[in-house]
Write a protein that binds this ligand. Structure first.
Ligand SMILES: Nc1nc2c(c(=O)[nH]1)N[C@H]1C(S)=C(S)[C@@H](COP(=O)(O)O)O[C@H]1N2
Ligand SMILES: [Mo]
Length: 330
């Protein structure tokens, strides 16, 4: 992945992709706010005003949610435009160019869908998508997302903490890690025919990371169900780790005793570690991680933003790594 030179020039200008239905989306959003966010602080309202200006076009099903109260789940940075979030993607099952997923992912069938949870748990089971949608109350969480390639976005996700699902299956005492598997279907995913990665795409977390309240199982963004290119119908979002940890279009979750090997780790272990916590002090072997380009915010030659330790979530997650050598466990 991570052809840093070419992707900068593939990125469309935001003026080319501003959604035409902004007005309707905005009105819709304010209505949603009035219904679901009574008591929101003034600062929250100001942020939502910015948010409203880049609403979804309204072509997908609405996914109502209330504002999450989880600490760290309401980043105040201006959300990245819907058009950018849905047209500049990494989803190698649909091709390796940033524009490929938006162009090709229409062949993905997000329904019917189910997620099997297996391995070291007392109640292994398969959850139908409709059961998952009702498993816990939907929350809106505005997270930063930092790709290991050096760019970032701010995305209003809809979903609930993965911990809710873990509670249902009851991990055994042997469960130390959680493994995630993306769908791998040649018929739906043209990129599977290439050998850039071993399919299915797999990722993993330590159990305490998986149980952290910020770890999100996301079903939507911008108040609507996930567009296919963003990992419909259900994906992981781990906001303090590089984006590749957040596996898309998940079909299987396995609780395991030993640290699993993730797809990117298998492809290039010296470049993509198991932890992959966002860390400005630990460079990728081929580029610095000290700063980042916020998609949509800056022009091609604009100044870069400083990258934050744990992507700005250090107050919430720092203690998970107390005493660990983060250069060694990158
Ligand atoms: N199955 C799967 N999940 C994936 C990827 C992928 O190629 N396949 N790319 C990852 C990377 S590198 C990033 S940065 C994020 C991008 O998520 P987004 O396109 O929704 O912004 O998804 C991650 N999840
Ligand atoms: Mo990424």
């Amino acid at each position: 992945m991570h052809l840093l030179k070419s992707h900068r020039f593939n990125h469309p200008q935001s003026s080319e992709i501003t959604p035409p239905e902004v007005y309707h989306g905005r009105r819709d959003w304010l209505q949603h706010l009035a219904l679901g966010a009574a008591g929101t602080a003034l600062a929250g309202w100001a942020a939502r005003e910015a948010h409203a200006q880049v609403a979804a076009p309204g072509k997908l099903a609405r996914l109502p949610a209330t504002r999450s109260a989880v600490a760290g789940a309401q980043v105040m940075d201006k959300p990245t435009a819907y058009g950018d979030v849905t047209s500049y993607n990494n989803f190698y099952e649909f091709g390796t160019d940033k524009a490929d997923p938006a162009r090709n992912a229409h062949t993905l069938k997000p329904r019917p869908w189910s997620v099997t949870v297996e391995g070291e748990c007392k109640r292994p089971q398969t959850f139908d998508l409709d059961a998952l949608l009702k498993l816990a109350p939907m929350e809106e969480r505005i997270y930063r997302m930092r790709c290991v390639e050096g760019w970032s976005m701010v995305i209003p996700w809809v979903g609930w903490s993965l911990a809710e699902l873990m509670k249902k299956v009851e991990p055994t005492g042997n469960a130390k890690y959680v493994q995630f598997f993306t769908l791998a279907d040649k018929a739906q995913m043209p990129g599977i025919r290439s050998s850039v990665l071993d399919w299915p795409y797999t990722e993993g977390l330590r159990l305490d990371e998986a149980l952290h309240p910020l770890t999100l199982l996301a079903f939507g963004l911008y108040g609507e169900v996930l567009p296919n290119q963003n990992g419909a119908p259900v994906r992981l979002v781990v906001p303090w780790k590089y984006g590749f940890k957040s596996a898309k279009s998940i079909v299987k979750i396995r609780l395991v005793e030993k640290q699993p090997v993730s797809s990117w780790e298998r492809a290039a272990a010296q470049e993509y570690g198991f932890f992959s916590n966002v860390n400005p002090a630990v460079d990728h072997p081929r580029w610095s991680q000290a700063s980042e380009r916020r998609i949509g915010e800056d022009g091609l030659f604009a100044k870069k933003r400083p990258t934050l330790m744990f992507n700005g979530y250090e107050p919430q997650v720092g203690q998970l790594y107390a005493g660990m050598d983060l250069k060694k466990f990158y």
